[in-house]
Design a protein around this ligand. Structure first.
Ligand code: FAD
Length: 384
């Protein structure tokens, strides 16, 4: 019993395979041959759409938690070209609208306007994408301003996720990342490592999906981790971009992170570069770097840390945060012309995808497990 992916259990290791295709949008014939020739009849075929930190970690969690399944990641972009690759990687206990994260279990630094010079210096680990700061709880994190005006979300749009669930997502992710931070591979931190895939591959297919039905009948279950792509793929008008531009620079003498009170200006040192930020531009889809944005970011960061005037190898990066009033973690049964396709939606992490991805991925894998169970149970199957 095992899953054929990065962590096959008793089925033995399959070679990592990254399959690029050029066939037409509705032609999965070759794809079937490529992936399922040796598939036992009762193996559930699962497609994960999206290869950001959310899609990759979801694929890993499914392969670990769901017995007898094959997992294929299908995405039009892979690392280093996803939003997840642009993230500075601060672990912030984002609460999704309507919630305040300042509860027991979190050590929270003072917030906007409450501290000296509205800037905060702390000792950070040197690990890119992880900034783990020791304190009583093993972690220091920033406050979420519940009275904060950005992004604007109308209360009517709130998608209630209990605060204890959000804390669980954050803690599970923290534990996952903490283990990575203490592992031998920590120096290679990046989206693959953070998502748990560790470069071991699995079945990956480079392809844009325009309609989830394209995956039927090649797959039994689809997991939608397409982030902002869900605006089209799931027809979800609630998800929108919040553009973020950052600079990745070489400044190895910067060893501490600095963040202003609003969180708009920040300097996060990592293993391979220092990230200087940033912007938050609601509704802006522009993925091209803007020279004026870059000048402003550098000027704001140099005001906080003048030695950055000597930074070199400046690279401009842009990512679109997939904002939504609440992460969508939900099973939907698509039906068309008498056909049924179970879809587990897992997207909408806004500014907090790195902070909670492992926790939400575990939850998504549980939903997939329920779908697999239903497919294998005749009575439940009849409802699918
Ligand atoms: P993505 O990384 O965007 O992945 C979506 C995937 O779906 C991509 O592979 C894409 O190619 C694929 N896809 C989309 N549509 C289709 C389609 N139709 N067909 C096939 N494939 C498709 N978070 C933190 O927790 N801490 C931080 O410090 C932090 N800093 C950030 C700084 C910046 C500047 C930005 C922009 C974001 C930051 N974030 C941070 C937020 C974090 O990056 C996101 O929450 C996270 O990356 C979302 O991950 P995702 O996998 O859902 O989306």
């Amino acid at each position: 019993m095992g899953s054929s992916f990065a962590f096959p259990l008793s089925q033995g290791t399959r070679p990592a395979r990254h399959c690029k295709t050029s066939f037409g949008a509705r032609d999965f014939g070759g794809f079937q041959d490529c992936f399922f020739r040796d598939r036992p009849m009762d193996t559930a075929r699962i497609a994960v759409v999206g290869a950001g930190v959310v899609g990759l970690s979801t694929a890993v969690c499914i392969s670990k938690l769901v017995p007898q399944c094959s997992v294929t990641i299908i995405s039009d972009k892979f690392t280093p070209d996803t939003t997840s690759d642009v993230a500075a990687g601060m672990l912030i206990p984002h609460t999704y609208p309507g919630h305040v994260s300042q509860g027991r279990g979190f050590h929270v630094l003072p917030g906007e306007g409450e501290g000296p010079d509205a800037s905060w210096h702390s000792r950070s680990s040197a690990l890119m994408l992880l900034f783990l700061l020791p304190c009583e709880e093993g972690l220091v994190c920033f406050p979420f301003h519940h009275d904060r005006k950005f992004p604007e979300v109308s209360p009517a749009m709130l998608n209630y996720t209990p605060i204890h669930t959000q804390k669980q997502w954050f803690r599970e992710t923290f534990n996952h990342l903490f283990a990575i931070a203490n592992s031998a591979e920590a120096g290679d931190a990046g989206v693959h490592l953070v998502s748990g895939i560790k470069g071991s591959g699995g079945w990956m297919l480079t392809r844009r999906i325009d309609d989830l039905w394209e995956l039927y009948p090649s797959f039994d279950i689809v997991v939608n981790c397409s982030g902002l792509g869900s605006r089209q793929l799931a027809g979800d008008a609630k998800i929108f971009p919040v553009r973020g531009q950052v600079l990745q620079v070489q400044a190895p003498w910067v060893e501490h992170f600095i963040r202003d009170g609003s969180g708009l200006t920040y300097i996060y040192p990592g293993t391979s570069h220092v990230t200087l930020g940033g912007t938050r531009q609601k509704g802006d889809w522009n993925l091209s770097p803007d020279a004026e944005n870059s000048r402003e970011i550098l000027s704001r960061c140099c005001a906080l840390e003048p030695s950055l005037h000597g930074a070199c190898n400046i690279r401009e990066k842009v990512g679109l945060r997939p904002y939504r009033p609440g992460v969508r973690l939900q099973t939907e049964l698509l039906a068309r012309d008498g056909r049924r396709l179970p879809v587990v939606h897992h997207y909408g992490h806004g500014s907090g995808g790195i902070s909670v991805h492992w926790g939400t991925a575990l939850e998504a894998a549980r939903l997939v497990s329920e779908c697999v169970h239903a497919l294998r149970t005749p009575i439940a199957k009849s409802k699918l």
